[in-house]
Design a protein around this ligand. Structure first.
Ligand code: MG
Length: 381
């Protein structure tokens, strides 16, 4: 019976990534790169063999747990795959060996069954992407020797899928001359066995350099904020960053702009940066009567500097009095100006509480804010 046996060379130490630890242990939204790759094949493959650096064998084995077999890799990618292949017990010639780089965590496995069917009939199939840039051949001085015909150029990726008998025969022909091929397909090609390309998706990128971290899609982060302030006579009413004409203002250490306070807390919450009270203690005279527009700008600068952009913010102000509908658009534009974003990213709603509760008794105003922020820069937060 045909078996699918997956080899993941994860032996690199990731020095070009400059992370200080192997890149396969890099976190991608809650799981490490290596766990994510194993999950792609887990349950689909008959077994999974991961070659990890001998120097971090223990820590990698701990992360991988029971989901895959762990073997010590070699000094090159080629040697790591070979070590894993030779560690697999009772390999039959008809077994499919599926080799996938540990540095390609965005491979979408939907097409894998089709690629395996093809490998079963053809014997050797690799994922590859057609060259989209014009391809130049250059000499040792960086001078162009010639322009290659782009339509014939494919960039080899993984998975690379081979019938085990073909890979075994190819390994038997190889003698270590210190220049191992950079993929298994090259070795198989050198034996005269044809290798077929299977078109890869654009997302199947390889994490190699530090700047590649910018390509990692990160899930957005949500934040919620809630605030209440009581009415107080003799103070101006500030809401959503603007002055709203009314006989009562709100009590507070700052200007008591309850809507902006909720928004500030939502932003801090989304970024995992605590709350407004920690940032601007009401015991600090520096914040007496300060405009909350200033506080919002300060907080947004910090959140933005951490690489986040605001996707959208949705605010709900609960007030029995005054009527807020005529002022909502001005608030929206003010907040957009303060955050330097498009006003369509901000939504503000106002509601009464039908006379119920402290808001209904006209004792004060409450506000909720929900924000979604997304990491758009290459810095890992
Ligand atoms: Mg407040």
């Amino acid at each position: 019976m045909l078996r699918r046996r997956v080899i993941i060379p994860a032996g690199g130490t990731g020095t070009r990534m400059n992370l200080g630890y192997p890149k396969q242990l890099l976190h991608l939204g809650g799981t490490t790169v290596i766990e994510r790759i194993i999950q792609m094949f887990f349950g689909w493959a008959d077994d999974i063999w991961v070659a990890v650096p001998a120097s971090s064998f223990e820590v990698c084995a701990q992360v991988i747990g029971e989901t895959a077999h762990v073997v010590a890799g070699g000094s090159t990618r080629f040697a790591s795959v070979q070590a894993a292949f030779h560690a697999i017990p009772d390999v039959a010639d008809d077994d499919l060996i599926i080799i996938h780089d540990a540095a390609r965590p965005f491979f979408e496995p939907e097409t894998l069954n089709r690629a395996c069917d093809l490998a079963q009939t053809r014997g050797a199939v690799i994922y590859a992407s057609p060259a989209t840039d014009t391809v130049k051949q250059v000499d040792a001085h960086g001078q162009i020797e010639k322009t290659l015909d782009r339509s014939t150029i494919f960039l080899a990726q993984t998975p690379q899928i081979f019938r085990a008998g073909i890979l075994k025969a190819a390994y038997a022909t190889w003698t270590d001359d210190g220049h191992p091929p950079t993929d298994e397909a090259a070795l198989i090609e050198s034996t005269g066995t044809p290798v077929t390309v299977f078109r890869s998706s654009k997302t199947n990128i390889k994490l190699t350099e530090q700047e590649d971290l910018a390509l990692i899609p990160r899930p957005p982060r949500i934040g919620h904020g809630y605030d209440v302030h009581a009415f107080q006579a003799g103070r101006p009413l500030y809401l959503g960053g603007i002055h709203v004409p009314h006989e009562l203002g709100l009590a507070g250490h700052s200007d008591a702009d309850v809507a902006l306070h909720a928004l500030i807390d939502a932003l801090l919450g989304a970024a995992g940066l605590g709350d407004i009270g920690q940032w601007f203690p009401d015991t600090d005279p520096a914040y007496t009567d300060i405009r909350s527009t200033e506080l919002l700008q300060q907080v947004w600068q910090t959140v933005h500097a951490r690489g986040y952009d605001l996707c959208n913010a949705d605010l709900t102000i609960q007030a029995q009095i005054p009527k807020l509908a005529p002022h909502l658009d001005d608030m929206r534009r003010m907040i957009a100006t303060l955050l330097l974003i498009d006003p369509t990213c901000i939504n503000i709603k106002a509601t009464t509480t039908e006379g119920l509760g402290f808001v209904g008794r006209k004792e004060g105003i409450a506000a909720h804010a929900v924000v979604l922020i997304q990491h758009t820069k290459g810095v890992v937060p």
